[in-house]
Design a protein around this ligand. Structure first.
Ligand code: ADP
Length: 489
């Protein structure tokens, strides 16, 4: 172990709906996998529990031993390389045709099952965690269940952390789901003020019960305590301010690096960035875009949060007043998918839209584009701008959440900054941010400087994991060394 955790290793059980690459719908999968791997690298014993949504495993993964406890069946999955031990909950109630989320009340039962299984797992595998680290509303009932009389003795001393990856998703269900899913015992933990309209909010239950709360950027940690971004949780989160910390997500550069990316045919790096042009050519060929102008990419879930409607609204003006090409990938809300499809049909040589989820194309767009646009209305951390930076693809982002924490508006005079940051969540704001970046791109010297600044980015998990260690240390009572920093060994 290169760094010690205030002198001791901890045992951490992570509970999550997503874990890359076994089950991924968005950044949650990457964040949990990256954090778990970084903690293992630092010497901790990390186990991850997630549901098995479909029978198959990705290439390179194999199924190992199975353990059974009460009604839960756990299958150990392994990629044959160092990393956390991963357990998938194999339960008939969970499968939703392979989808991570059913998107309706069935998810209450599916993720309640995951939470109960988290209580069973330690006994089933003969292992006692110090920390149960729960991610998002899907795992948020665990801290509450551990406060009930039925918590298993093996978890008696365990402390809980709940990470809020996006408070826009809270797990809101009719209160009847508690009794239907054997969660009646949680009734006492649902505060009166949360019962208003017969609904129960899984995330609120977790926020009240967890020992510590974290979220995925310092700015988002502040924003969610305001009525504007708190999505109704701000008052509760303000009350828990002393226990809430914002820790920026990291990047797994083993997966997201232009030097080694297995999804790319051509590789390049900061010392020799010229290879990026070959990736751009491959991208344009794949999407049948003309390769004679800057390419603006976007890889996003197509939901209101992501502000893709702003891009759609800005598109006629951008197509009129700039030469930019657009390489767009995403799926989600039907009106957004239809509007992007129509734009691509109308401007086939300039706008390409691939509807769906495509990991290989996501890598190609993030590496091969000149600019990446992330016009989010809110963004807890955001990963695509972090990936883009490493590939020398300049992010054009709205000043919110983790985007504001990671992208610094470029100053041509001093040569500092790594992207273009706009304030207003409207088409005009986005047009300003994008045309400003296109202006820099047109100047070869500024472009080189900006690309070099971007590629210096180091948001690796190795830098972020110690922040989680500090949270764990406070909970398990480990004393920090006298200089207050993480001890080196
Ligand atoms: P969120 O978690 O809110 O979706 P993030 O920026 O944190 O946003 O993470 C998004 C992750 O999902 C990135 O790894 C991105 O590349 C990936 N992603 C989003 N949409 C797609 C898609 N249609 N195809 C492939 N990957 C996608």
């Amino acid at each position: 172990m290169s760094d010690t955790f205030f002198g001791r290793a901890v045992k951490v059980l992570m509970v999550s709906a997503e874990y890359a690459p076994l089950a991924k719908a968005g950044g949650l999968a990457d964040a949990v996998a990256g954090l778990a791997a970084a903690l293992v690298k630092r010497g901790h014993d990390v186990r991850v529990l997630l549901p098995a949504y479909a029978p198959g495993l990705p290439t390179g993964w194999s199924r190992g031993a199975a353990a059974v406890a009460n009604a839960s069946v756990f299958v150990e999955a392994s990629a044959g390389r160092p990393g956390p031990r991963v357990y998938q909950l194999d339960a008939p109630e969970i499968g939703a045709g392979g989808a991570v989320y059913a998107g309706d009340d069935r998810d209450a039962a599916r993720f309640a099952k995951l939470c109960f299984a988290a209580l069973d797992l330690p006994d089933a595998i003969g292992w006692r965690p110090d920390i149960v680290h729960c991610h998002d509303w899907h795992a948020a009932l665990v801290p509450a269940l551990l406060r009930t009389a039925e918590a298993p003795p093996s978890l008696a001393g365990a402390r809980t952390v709940l990470t809020l990856h996006n408070v826009g998703y809270q797990g809101v269900f009719p209160e009847s789901v508690l009794v239907q899913n054997g969660l009646g015992r949680l009734g006492a933990l649902v505060a009166d003020e949360d019962r208003a309209d017969g609904a129960v909010v899984f995330l609120k239950i977790g926020i009240r019960a967890a020992d510590r709360l974290t979220t995925v950027s310092p700015t988002y940690a502040r924003e969610i305590r305001t009525p504007e971004h708190g999505m109704g949780l701000d008052a509760l989160l303000r009350r828990r301010s002393a226990d809430l910390v914002g820790i920026l997500n990291g990047v797994d550069y083993g997966t997201w690096s232009p030097e080694t990316d297995p999804f790319l045919e051509h590789h390049y790096g900061r010392a020799a960035p010229a290879g990026k042009a070959l990736v751009k050519r491959a991208l344009c060929a794949r999407l049948a875009l003309e390769n004679d102008a800057p390419v603006v990419g976007a890889v996003s879930r197509l939901v209101e949060q992501k502000g893709i409607d702003l891009l759609i609204a800005a598109m006629p003006a951008l197509l009129d007043s700039t030469a930019a090409r657009f390489a767009l990938l995403g799926s989600g809300d039907t009106p957004l998918e239809e509007a992007l499809t129509a734009l691509a049909r109308r401007h086939p040589a300039r706008v390409a839209f691939h509807r769906g989820y495509d990991e290989a194309l996501a890598h190609l767009i993030l590496a091969g584009s000149d600019l990446i646009v992330v016009p989010s209305r809110y963004e807890p951390c955001g990963l695509t701008q972090l990936y883009a930076l490493r590939y020398g693809t300049i992010p054009v982002v709205r000043a919110t959440g983790g985007l504001a924490d990671t992208v610094v508006h470029f100053d041509p005079a001093s040569g500092t900054g790594n992207g273009s940051v706009f304030e207003h969540a409207d088409a005009q704001g986005l047009i300003w941010g994008l045309t400003t970046a296109l202006g820099w791109h047109a100047d070869a010297a500024l472009r080189r400087r900006l690309i070099d600044n971007a590629m210096q980015a180091d948001f690796s998990w190795d830098r972020q994991a110690p922040e989680y260690e500090k949270v764990y240390a406070e909970l398990v009572g480990a004393a920090p060394p006298s200089d207050g920093g993480t001890a080196r060994s």
